[in-house]
Design a protein around this ligand. Structure first.
Ligand code: NAD
Ligand code: DAU
Length: 339
């Protein structure tokens, strides 16, 4: 049977990749995309499917119970991506994170409680475990979020679980590592450094540049979410990782090498407050169920850098907009902080 999806935050990075993946993979299914179009939402991410008869865009806020109740009535699966997602912004303005990530998730879950949905996929993050100095976090590791973004995501994550325990809402929770790929907002490390390098601008590397992240190609994440819709067990949490642990310094050098730019573009700037040193996931649980990432990191990173090189029209619009003010304020302070 062709499924009907309600995707929240589908105009953002992972959500837009997921919608395109689903429409392509299951031509009979229907997708409603509920997105507020914050600074991070971008309808250019969905060019190519906007006229697809199985796809519908609704501009709206997940904190609005009227819209959510109306849309959820008619769907089988909710995939909840919508969130404020940038750690640096959560440090300067935590309120919107609490509102969207926690309260917005509550509105969706409450609505799901009174609906006939068959699955509620809650997209959480590996950041909820906090910094992992040694080894890796499995799904039973303690949650130790260290910034307002990860704390709000940890709250939403446990709220989703509570709705499974208390009301039997068919919740499945994913905690993935750092995604990369096309259509990621230029505020994030890989798109920022790639587009800055293309423009011969400095790459502002926080602290000593040795913080580590485990990088996951966005299409692998989309496949993992699809896999869990079909094979995941309700009430369970699944880590989604890829064993691509890299320092930010390594990423910077790779981007510069790939674009033929000098290492002198790297500039060390003041560190992020409460900057998690390392994220590392144990994702045996989903691996044992039968999923593993298909994309090789080096090849996918090269393809991603190529995508930004070839799609200047996409990111130059974003960089010229409100982002310009944000960037100037953010990095003027960071550059001053180091000298
Ligand atoms: P993003 O910032 O690119 O997109 C977020 C989207 O949510 C935007 O389209 C925005 O307009 C929308 N949105 C924000 N507030 C909303 C609201 N109140 N109502 C409706 N829509 C709203 O985010 P992303 O990087 O694609 O992340 C998607 C999800 O995946 C988030 O829940 C994030 O916490 C999680 N996640 C991201 C990563 C990553 O590396 N990007 C890793 C793990 C988990
Ligand atoms: O781990 C999953 C998380 O990954 C998601 O839950 C978040 O939504 C997503 O934003 C991402 O968080 P990070 O903080 O890891 O991503 P970001 O791209 O902001 O930073 C990655 C690393 O690069 C981090 O160690 C900080 C560093 N950095 C980032 C920026 C923007 C820099 O050194 N300079 C920069 O200008």
């Amino acid at each position: 049977m062709a499924m009907k999806f309600l995707v929240t935050g589908g105009a953002g990075f992972i959500g837009s990749n997921f919608i395109k993946y689903i429409l392509n993979e299951y031509p009979g299914c229907k997708v409603i995309n509920l997105d507020k179009l914050t600074y991070a939402g971008n309808l250019d991410n969905l060019i190519g499917i906007s006229k697809n008869k199985n796809y519908k865009f609704v501009k709206g806020d997940i904190c609005d119970p009227v819209i959510v109740n109306r849309l959820i009535k008619d769907v089988d699966v909710v995939v909840h991506f919508a969130a404020e997602t940038h750690v640096d912004r959560s440090i300067s303005d935590a309120g919107t994170f609490i509102k969207t990530d926690v309260f917005g998730t509550f509105i969706l879950l409450n609505s799901a409680k009174n609906s006939n949905i068959k699955k509620f996929i809650h997209i959480s993050t590996d950041e909820v475990y906090g910094s992992i100095e040694d080894g890796s976090a499995d799904e039973d590791s303690p949650l130790k979020p260290t910034n307002p973004y990860s704390a709000s995501k940890a709250g939403a994550d446990r709220l989703a679980y509570s709705y499974f325990q208390t009301f039997r809402v068919p919740v499945i929770i994913t905690r993935s590592s750092n995604n990369f790929g096309p259509h990621q907002h230029v505020e994030k490390l890989i798109p920022l450094f790639t587009t800055n390098a293309i423009e011969n601008k400095k790459l502002p590397l926080y602290g000593d540049g040795l913080n580590k992240r485990d990088w996951l190609y966005v299409i692998d994440n989309c496949e993992a979410i699809d896999f869990l819709i079909n094979k995941g067990v309700e009430g369970q949490v699944y880590n989604i990782g890829a064993n691509n642990e890299k320092t930010n310094m390594h990423i910077s050098h790779t981007v510069l090498k790939e674009l033929g730019k000098p290492d002198s573009l790297i500039e060390f700037v003041k560190d992020r407050a409460s900057h998690d040193r390392r994220y590392a996931l144990n994702w045996e649980k989903i691996r044992k169920l039968g999923w593993r990432p298909k994309h090789d990191f080096d090849t996918a990173l090269k393809q991603t850098i190529k995508w930004y090189s070839e799609n200047r029209w996409w990111w130059s619009k974003v960089k010229k907009g409100k982002f310009k003010d944000y960037y100037q304020k953010q990095y003027v302070k960071r550059w001053q902080g180091i000298s």
